[in-house]
Every structure is written in C-alpha cells, then in structure tokens.
Design a protein around this ligand. Structure first.
Ligand code: G
Ligand code: MN
Length: 404
C-alpha cells in the first residue's frame, strides 16, 4: 500500500468515524540560507518530495493513526487522527513522535543530498506540530485551517521542536523539584587538610536534554526561568546539607544576573537556613558571571544587604570566561575562586604560575582569600601550597558527592 492509498483509506475511515478525538498535524519545511540557496532548486525539491513520501510510508506503514500527507507547494503536512484524550498529553506525545522521526529525516536527507552535490549546507528543516480537537462545533474546513496554522506557527523557527521538548522537560524539572545537590569539599591548606567547607553543585535526573548543569542553566536563562531554577538549586543545596560543623561554610552558586533581578529577595534564604539550624555565617555566595554584569550598582546594593546579614561572597571562575577584574574591584569579595584552567598543570606552565602569583598579591592587598579549583594532581597541590594559596578544591581532594 502506498502513501496515497493510505490517505484514501484515511479519508474513508474519517467519514465513517464521524468527528471524534483530535486531529494531529506535523509540518515540515526546508529553509534555505544564502549559503544554501543553491540547493533550493527544482531537483532538490523533487528529491525531497520522494524522500519524505518514502520515509513517511515506512514510518506510518501500519499505523492506524495515519491519515495522509499533503503538499502545499514544497511544505509538507502529515495528518493524523489521534484518539480522544487530554490535549496536553496528545501534544506531548506528538512532539516526541515527530521529533524522533524528523530529526533522523533531516540528517539522512542532508547526507544523501549533500554527498551527491557536494554542497556543505542544504539549509534547515523546520518542523512544527499541532493538535486540534475535532467536533467542537467547527466545520471541517475551519479545523483544517486551525491545525495547519498552528503547526506552521510552531515550526516557524529552526529548532522549534527541540525547544518545546526542552521547555517541557525544564517545566517538569522545576515543577517537581528534580534537582539533587552534591557537595565537594574545600580544603584548608594552612591547617593540615581540614575541611573548610563544601561547594553545593546541582545535579539533574534528566540527562536526555540537560547532560550537565551548564546546559540546564543556559537553557533556563533563554527561557527566562533563571530565577526559578536558581532559587530551586539554592533551596535544595541548603536542604541537603546536613552535617556542617561549627564554622564550616556552604558555598552556593548564584548567577550574577540574579542580583540584577528586582524580584530577588534574600528573606526566603534566611528562613530556610534557620530551619536547618544554619546561619548566614555558614553561607558563601559564589557569584558566577555567565555574561558580563550590566549594572554593578544594583548588584552591589544586593550584596551589601547580604553582607550586613553575615553572608560572605566569592567570585567564581576567576581567570576564565566572562570573569572580570572589574567585578573583583566593584564587588570586593571575600574569596576568589581561581578557575581550573589556570590550576591545571600549573606546576609545568610558568605563565600560569605568574598569573596565580599576581592574583595572590592582588588578593592579599585587598584582604581576599584564594581558593584554587580543579586540583587533580599532587604536583598541582604542592605548587599552589608553595605559592601560599589558602584553600583548595578538586578531584584529588574530594569528588562532588551527596551527604548520606
Ligand atoms: O564553575 P564551577 O567552579 O562552579 O564548576 C564546578 C564544576 O567543576 C562542577 O561541575 C564540578 O563537578 C567540576 N569539578 C570540580 N573539581 C574538579 C576537578 O578537579 N577536575 C575537573 N575536571 N572538574 C572538577
Ligand atoms: Mn562554583
């Protein structure tokens, strides 16, 4: 049975089935950039039509849900009859389903076409999905119009599907509080190996979309959910941190951008600390600059408020990424955490040694303590100790782990 016959079959069952359930639509459209313009030729589209129909048939071959496909010029609409059920669940199902197949199609077709024409880029396949309830008093024509419009709108940008799926995963993660904190020891180099404190690090159960905290926090920022996620991670960090001894510190990562948020309210952190018999004197906020700080004024104001309550401040990732000397000058932290990129092989690289030496001098003048991050080898530990670094952290001294 070919696709067209399937479609005819779909149309006849449609007539018998008298409008119940939902109509699902997957929309596919190639978008060509200037660089890939050469590909948007008649022969490209002809091959794409053949490819898509062949693949759709292979996928839907025995599916009761499949109703048929329809070309509108070079845009493809695949329609499906979905069972009655909750709209949200059906949308989730269709998202997963469409993502699984169309991602493979895009790669496969790009490979087939590319290897033949030697063109490096053939553009991007835009994919959108939509689900509309059938039988809500709308005429067939209107339903079709509705579902096609929705699918096109959803698929307008490249990666729309993936973004929807990630967003769903993120909403679930925040809603169900699916972050588990782990803690990595920070060791004092002056008193023999004593544990000065722990850095709390967020770990997620969902590794499909977010392999690590970096990806997770980056995506949350894109979606405007930094605040919710950051707050969840902070609360979890305090929640899971049971056996802090007198004077030991809990280092909690906070994105600098959070401080610029007018809604950022420190009161909640305090009451949570009190529930765990901790005080602000146990807590060091590690400020990370994922992008450069736009408004030092407001960040400083928030930090001053925290400081007056007894919290301390560390600047994270010093010597890497966006981390700037300006933030050291403006924020006057209590600790500088020198990034792993500087510490790695510091015993073998004179330039790195000079940089750390300079940071130590600067910090000493400002009354700031240095923490060396990412110590993995004995030689690195010996070198930072020799240079006079106060605290160290890294796999050699302890891996991040949960308190059990
Ligand atoms: O940016 P920040 O310093 O907060 O990053 C901490 C990250 O570094 C965590 O994901 C942690 O697991 C990782 N980490 C901690 N110690 C080491 C180490 O010694 N080597 C490496 N490669 N990674 C480390
Ligand atoms: Mn950190």
């Amino acid at each position: 049975m070919n696709v067209r016959q399937l479609r005819e079959l779909g149309q006849t069952t449609d007539a018998e089935n008298e409008c119940s359930g939902h109509l699902g639509m997957i929309y596919l459209s190639w978008h060509h950039t200037a660089a890939s313009q050469r590909s948007s030729t008649a022969s490209f589209q002809e091959r794409w039509h053949q490819f898509a129909e062949r693949e759709a048939e292979a996928v839907f071959h025995s599916s009761m849900l499949y109703e048929g496909l329809q070309w509108m010029q070079d845009d493809l609409f695949i329609h499906m009859r979905l069972p009655a059920g909750s709209q949200v669940q059906l949308e989730e199902w269709l998202l997963d389903f469409a993502h699984k197949h169309t991602e493979a199609w895009e790669q496969q077709f790009a490979q087939e076409w590319g290897s033949e024409k030697e063109s490096l880029s053939i553009g991007k396949l835009h994919v959108g999905v939509a689900v509309v309830e059938v039988g809500a008093g709308l005429s067939d024509g209107l339903i079709w119009y509705e579902v096609m419009k929705k699918a096109i709108l959803h698929g307008q940008s490249a990666g729309a599907m993936k973004r929807s799926l990630m967003r769903r995963a993120l909403d679930r993660l925040i809603g169900e509080r699916l972050i588990e904190p782990v803690y990595q020891p920070i060791v004092s180099l002056h008193s023999q190996g004593e544990i000065f404190g722990y850095e709390a690090l967020a770990r997620t159960a969902d590794r499909t979309w977010f392999p690590g905290p970096m990806e997770l926090f980056q995506f949350a920022e894109q979606e405007g959910l930094t605040y919710s996620l950051d707050r969840l991670a902070r609360e979890k960090a305090i929640d899971g941190c049971i056996p802090l001894r007198q004077g030991q510190k809990l280092f909690i990562n906070v994105m600098a951008q959070i401080m610029e948020d007018p809604d950022f309210s420190p009161g909640q952190t305090l009451s949570l600390l009190e529930q765990h018999r901790l005080s602000p004197h146990n807590v060091v906020f590690e400020i990370t600059e994922r992008s450069s700080i736009a408004d030092f004024g407001s960040v400083k104001k928030v930090l001053e408020h925290y400081r007056s309550q007894g919290y301390q401040i560390a600047i994270d990732d010093v010597g890497a990424g966006y981390s700037s000397l300006q933030s050291i000058i403006e924020l006057r932290p209590d600790y500088l955490k020198v990034d792993r990129s500087i510490i790695q092989n510091i015993d073998l690289d004179e330039m790195k040694e000079h940089i750390l030496y300079t940071l130590i001098q600067l910090a000493a003048k400002m009354g700031i303590a240095i923490i060396a991050e990412g110590i993995e080898r004995e030689e690195e530990l010996a070198k930072v100790r020799e240079l006079g670094v106060a605290y160290a952290q890294g796999y050699l001294l302890g891996r991040p782990a949960a308190f059990l």
